[in-house]
Structure formats: structure tokens, C-alpha cells
Design a protein around this ligand. Structure first.
Ligand SMILES: Cc1cc2nc3c(=O)[nH]c(=O)nc-3n(C[C@H](O)[C@H](O)[C@H](O)COP(=O)(O)OP(=O)(O)OC[C@H]3O[C@@H](n4cnc5c(N)ncnc54)[C@H](O)[C@@H]3O)c2cc1C
Length: 478
């Protein structure tokens, strides 16, 4: 099998998939302006013309073929470091395809319940890798009333469920929300959103299905309109990616594509497997964006002649601390990696959850420092069209002058990037993404409570309090 080219990838998306955007049913997304930027973003992951990028993005699989590195199962620290390097350079469409790492990491546990499901995971992994396909992580159910379990909801379809079983497969109904890049991938990998109980067997379901399977419908939403110019919107003009509201309207799934169908004890194993890799992606992104915040804070400070100002310096120090804590958290998680029983390496679970939590819990604060340093121009700067109009442009150039070595257009570009990243539609999207993508703050708190070495901490506290001896005495006296 060979790696796809960007052109192969784009052609493969015209496959009859049912997808809607802004009230329109779009027959061929490859020709629709709404999808121009998202498809260009995803297609870049298929471009291996540059030898350095090819080195980062591909690897020789066990058959000797060149495959995309997103499918390389890390077996040692070097593999893991290469994977993280790839994640720094890959689009979010490649990122979510990492769902196969999650599946492969639970394959052994799945095999204990049903070896056929484990075979299905392995076969689907090879199929997607060998055909250089992309897959979405399809987990989050609408969930209705949060107090009630899946089978207690007013409408039984508020969590994806099996409505029919036949000799050939299962029929599923329901919806999954917020699915990143759902319309831009080839496979939808569905998993339960949380653990299920014994009376919820129809909801303990996992499978992979092509995006163009009959009954699959996707309603798209993105922060960005189709056409944004790169001067006023330096980030979002070439970075937008729709999330999909994915409907399964009685979709038939053949048994060969099923990973779970009723074995409730595995529902939480599958649900949690994804959280780790999803959060690794979040932390990798945060390392990049926090470094960018430091650079922007420094530039905006210099451009306004405030570089010696103590308050500006202390705000920049806060941003440096944020960026460094994240970078060190990622480094620590990778150097203190863990190993699954089958020999797969993954970043340290506690460290990744702590780093993801730190990123999310402090992101709004980091934005505050950057915006406070920058001033009101972040949201009131005139647009490029007013700059290019000679009549209004002359005033913009005159009154946005700060000092001889600062070019007004450069100053505007810096402000536009700060606005685009933190204060406009893309910026608002980021504020919610930091908190919710990969699970809300509580999802990481739960994992930290679960994985921290509490016995050691408890013991240290007992010894420090002098209570250890007292307890030993009491025990001896019994
Ligand atoms: C941009 C973006 C991209 C995403 N991409 C994906 C994706 O590709 N695939 C995917 O599967 N998901 C994706 N998600 C979904 C994301 O994982 C969820 O948004 C997140 O897990 C929160 O779930 P929710 O939105 O249903 O909110 P809720 O579950 O309603 O959570 C909101 C708040 O309510 C709290 N809460 C929830 N239940 C209870 C309860 N019973 N009692 C008290 N408090 C409760 C939560 O702790 C949280 O603080 C994405 C989200 C965003 C914003």
C-alpha cells in the first residue's frame, strides 16, 4: 500500500457523504467554499515532498511499507518522542486519527471479553493505516438530563445504542456531538462516552463505520466564515476546522467492524482509553500556543516602548511561567512514560492529566495577561481595507506610529494575531476548547485522584505528624 497524496485525499472525500452546513446540504464538499480551508489544513498532512517533513511524518511499518507516523505504535522512548514531534506539526485531523492508539492500547483487555472484537480492532487499524485514511474520535453523546442514566432518559436515543442485532451485524441509533473534523475523515470510530451498568447493555457499543455509510448525517459548525483575509485574520484564515453534530439514523454496522456490543464492563475501559491521547494532543497544542503568547506579549510591549516597565515585565514573566510549566509537564510525561501489558509505550497518565488541567485551568488567566498588556486596539484596530484606502490609510499610519523602528503594518499584524487568537470568533472558540476538549476540568481531576500515589503521600503525612509511631503503638497494644 502507498501513502496518499493531498490530491488523492481530496478526491476521496467526494464519496456521497451526507453533510450540512449553514442550512445547506452539500453534495460534494471538495468543491464547496465552506470546506476550502479545512480541507487544505487536512490535506497538508498528506504532503511529504519536503524530506524533513517526510522524516517526521512517516515511518517504515512492520511490512517495510512507508506509513503515516500517526499509526506507529510507540514501543520505546524514541518512538514516543518522534510521535510527539509529529503531533507538533500535524493538523487536528491527523491528531484525532490517534484514536487508533487508544483502541490498540485496550486491545488485550477487549480480547479477554471477546477475542473477535480484538481481531476487529487489529484489522481496522491495519485497514486504516494501509489505506492512509483518517478517523474521528466519536465519543460525546448528547446525554440529556445529566442526573439520569442512559436508559432512564425521556428519549432512549440520547446516548448511542443498539436497536437491532442480526447475524450480519448491529443497527445503531443516536447522535454524537462536537465531533472534530467529522466531515473531513474517512472513518468514524464510535466509543461509549462513559461506563455503563448491567441494565444498559444496548448502550455499551463501539465500532468503526465509514463516513458515507447509509444513515450517517453530519451537521457542521465552525467559528470561521468561509473567506477571511490573512492580514486581519492571520490565524483563523488558514486554521478553521468544523466540529460535527453526527447523527446515526439506524446505521447498519457489520460484525467485522464492531469492538463492543453489550459487554458493559468494557465500556469505561474504552471511554477512558481515549482521554489519555486526547489530552496529550491538548498539551502539545498548549506548549505551542503558550510560547506564541510569550512572543506576542514581548512584541506588543517592545512596539509600545514599554520593555523596561516593571508591570509589563512581570506580566511577561507570568506568561513565561505558564509556557515553561506546560513544556516541562509534557517533557516529564514523555520521559516518565508507562508501558501497557502488550508493550505499548504511552506518556505518564498522571503527568499528562496534571499538565492538561494546568493548561485549561490557567488559560483564561494567560489570555488576561496578554490582553492587559496589549490595550484596546486588540478589538478596535481598523481593518486592512481601511489601511489600503489612501484617504483613511494615511491617518491610520500617522496615529498608529509608536517609534522609528516599528513598522505600522507589522504592529497591526501583531494586534490582529492577538485579536484572532484571543478575542474574536477563533479566540472565543479557544476559550471553550481549553476547558472542554478532552473532557472538562473534572475529567482530569478524577484521573489525578485515581493515579496519584496516595498511599505514599498519606504515609509521609502520618510520619511528619508523628502519628505513625502512635498508630504502631496502638496496633501493638491490640
Ligand atoms: C471544540 C470542541 C471539540 C471537541 N471534539 C470532540 C471530539 O472530537 N470527539 C468527542 O467525542 N468529543 C469532543 N468534544 C466534546 C468534549 O469532550 C465535551 O464537550 C466535554 O467532555 C464536556 O461534555 P459536554 O459538552 O457534554 O458538557 P457536560 O457534560 O454538560 O459538562 C459541562 C459541565 O457539567 C458538568 N457535569 C456533567 N455531568 C454532570 C452531573 N451529572 N452532575 C454535575 N455536573 C455535571 C461537567 O463536569 C462540566 O463541568 C469537543 C468539545 C469541544 C468544545
Amino acid at each position: 500500500m502507498t501513502l496518499k497524496t493531498p490530491e488523492d485525499y481530496i478526491a476521496s472525500l467526494n464519496d456521497g457523504r451526507v453533510t450540512y452546513w449553514d442550512g445547506e446540504k452539500i453534495d460534494d464538499i471538495t468543491r464547496h467554499p465552506r470546506f476550502r480551508v479545512p480541507i487544505a489544513v487536512a490535506a497538508r498532512d498528506y504532503d511529504h515532498k519536503d524530506p524533513r517533513r517526510k522524516e517526521v511524518m512517516t515511518y517504515a511499518d512492520e511490512t517495510g511499507s512507508s506509513s503515516h507516523r500517526v499509526f506507529q505504535i510507540p514501543r520505546n522512548e524514541d518512538d514516543l518522542n518522534k510521535r510527539v514531534q509529529m503531533m507538533h506539526e500535524m493538523s487536528i485531523v491527523g491528531g484525532v486519527t490517534g484514536v487508533f492508539m487508544a483502541l490498540m492500547s485496550v486491545k488485550d483487555a477487549v480480547a479477554e471479553a471477546n477475542p473477535k472484537y480484538a481481531e476487529n480492532i487489529e484489522r481496522m487499524y491495519r485497514y486504516v493505516r494501509d489505506n492512509d485514511l483518517r478517523a474521528a474520535e466519536v465519543i460525546t453523546d448528547p446525554k440529556g438530563d445529566r442526573k439520569r442514566r442512559a436508559h432512564e432518559q425521556d428519549d432512549p436515543d440520547l446516548y448511542v445504542r443498539i436497536v437491532k442485532r442480526t447475524d450480519e451485524g448491529i443497527v445503531v441509533r443516536g447522535a454524537k456531538l462536537h465531533i472534530t473534523a467529522a466531515s473531513l475523515v474517512h472513518e468514524l470510530v464510535v466509543m461509549p462516552t462513559k461506563g455503563m451498568r448491567q441494565d444498559e447493555t444496548d448502550y455499551a457499543v463501539s465500532f468503526s463505520i465509514p463516513v458515507n455509510a447509509p444513515g450517517v448525517k453530519i451537521i457542521n459548525r465552525s467559528f470561521a466564515p468561509s473567506e477571511l483575509n490573512s492580514f486581519d485574520y492571520p490565524a483563523s484564515s488558514h486554521h478553521s476546522m468544523p466540529e460535527g453534530f453526527v447523527v446515526f439514523d439506524d446505521v447498519f454496522v457489520p460484525w467485522e467492524r464492531v469492538f463492543l456490543a453489550g459487554e458493559v464492563r468494557l465500556a469505561s475501559v474504552l471511554a477512558q482509553s481515549l482521554g489519555l491521547w486526547e489530552r496529550v494532543g491538548g498539551v502539545v497544542g498548549s506548549v505551542e500556543s503558550s510560547k506564541l503568547f510569550v512572543g506576542l506579549a514581548q512584541l506588543v510591549t517592545e512596539m509600545q516602548g514599554k520593555e523596561r516597565d516593571a508591570i509589563a515585565q512581570s506580566s511577561i514573566a507570568e506568561l513565561i511561567c505558564y509556557a515553561e510549566m506546560l513544556r516541562m509537564g509534557l517533557d516529564y510525561a514523555c520521559s516518565h512514560f508507562e508501558r501497557t501489558p502488550s508493550g505499548m509505550i504511552h506518556p505518564n497518565i498522571l503527568a499528562i492529566n496534571a499538565a492538561k488541567y494546568y493548561y485549561a485551568a490557567n488559560y483564561h488567566n494567560a489570555v488576561k495577561y496578554l490582553q492587559d498588556l496589549s490595550g484596546g486596539l486588540v478589538i478596535t484596530l481598523p481593518t486592512e481595507t481601511d489601511l489600503r484606502n489612501p484617504e483613511s490609510g494615511q491617518y491610520i499610519r500617522k496615529y498608529l506610529h509608536t517609534r522609528q523602528d516599528v513598522d505600522v503594518e507589522d504592529r497591526m499584524r501583531v494586534y490582529n494575531l492577538i485579536r484572532d487568537l484571543t478575542a474574536d470568533a477563533y479566540g472565543g472558540w479557544h476559550l471553550v476548547v481549553a476547558l472542554q476538549a478532552g473532557g472538562g476540568l473534572n475529567a482530569q481531576r478524577i484521573m489525578m485522584n485515581r493515579t496519584y500515589d496516595m498511599a505514599a503521600a498519606r504515609e509521609a503525612a502520618l510520619v511528619a505528624a508523628g502519628a505513625r509511631d502512635a498508630q504502631a503503638h496502638a496496633k501493638a497494644a491490640e
